[in-house]
Design a binder for this molecule. Structure first.
Ligand code: NDP
Ligand code: A1CAB
Length: 282
């Protein structure tokens, strides 16, 4: 077990649960080191307590007072209220990690009235099983040791890439939202499998293993994805016939637009919830 500090999740929704589950499963934190608070959904807190045996708090400010590391995990639209509610409990020794899409570290520092270190991270829900692809950027008050601490935390629930803060919009469009694109593809493959008379269980197993195999191949081989694709595609064969349909429906263009639009939306969220007077808007 890593000697870790107490971690408070402010916002106890889907992303918080993915991280909590990953941190506990990977033994970076024990349940008693984790405390979660949300706005008002007590049922949700009790559910997390029952499932993971973590501590819960009806007051976000109390959770902050108990912890050394804070994970901000509310929706961007709720950030202002949430950060106001914990502001008085923040001190300089806190390490603040935000997973909020679009919201800059400068804006968080401004809302919290603090020069405590803030790290902005963009994980994804695969954190729950130790497979998040997380992008990380340091705010202006964060030092090397804070980045290292955040990296250690996120490495425990997947891989971590440190980037400039402006790149986090792209990471959000690509990897933060990424699992949803893959599930969308799976939904379509399952529909096709059903109309080809495969059972849902048979299809799910075949699809999951196919995705796993392709993902491992991408990680283990240096070959360009185009080359890997060509190796599957026999001239005049089944794959070529299938890919012709993807080209016909412009699926490549659709996916490119999807990732770019999601990244753009991250920028929009940042602008929507950051008053023009805030300094250093990213
Ligand atoms: N889901 C994902 O795949 C990813 C999400 N993110 C980011 O994570 C954040 C959370 O997303 P997600 O988990 O999906 O959202 P959810 O809606 O599932 O959870 C949001 C949580 O925030 C709580 N909350 C709202 N207002 C406050 C407040 N004032 N004080 C304390 N807690 C509050 C809510 O509590 P209550 O129910 O009581 O209102 C709820 O528990 C977002 O900013 C998102 O951009 C980042 C990467 C991936
Ligand atoms: O959809 C969203 O806004 C969040 C951020 C990345 C994944 N989910």
């Amino acid at each position: 077990m890593a000697v870790y500090k107490k971690i408070a999740f402010i916002g106890a929704g889907a992303m918080a649960e993915a991280m909590i589950s990953g941190l506990i499963a990977n033994k970076l934190a024990s349940p008693e080191q984790i405390i979660a608070a949300n706005r008002m959904n007590t049922k949700r807190l009790l559910e997390l307590q029952r499932k993971y045996e973590i501590k819960i708090s009806a007051s976000a400010a109390d959770a902050v007072s108990e912890a050394e590391i804070l994970i901000l995990a509310m929706k961007p639209k709720d950030a202002e209220d949430a950060l106001h509610s914990i502001r008085d409990a923040i001190h300089k020794q806190h390490l603040i990690i935000s997973v909020l899409a679009g919201i800059s570290t400068d804006h968080i520092s401004t809302l919290l009235h603090t020069d405590a270190p803030v790290i902005r991270a963009m994980p994804n829900t695969s954190a729950a099983i130790g497979y998040s692809a997380t992008g990380l950027a340091a705010g202006k008050y964060a030092e090397e040791q804070h980045v290292k601490q955040a990296e250690e935390l996120f490495n425990c629930i997947g891989t971590t890439t440190c980037l400039k803060e402006e790149s986090l919009h792209a990471v959000t469009g690509l990897a933060g939202s990424g699992p949803a694109y893959v599930y969308y593809l799976v939904e379509a493959m399952q529909q096709a499998a059903s109309s080809l008379n495969l059972s849902e269980t048979e299809a799910r197993d075949l699809i999951a293993q196919t995705l796993l195999g392709a993902a491992h191949m991408l990680k283990m081989s240096d070959e360009h994805p185009l080359l890997l694709r060509q190796k599957v595609t026999s001239p005049g064969g089944t794959t070529e016939a299938g890919i012709q349909m993807l080209d016909h429906f412009k699926v490549k263009e659709a996916i490119e637009s999807c990732v770019k639009r999601a990244a753009q939306r991250s920028e929009e969220l940042g602008r929507m919830y950051t008053p023009p007077s805030s300094e250093g808007i990213v």
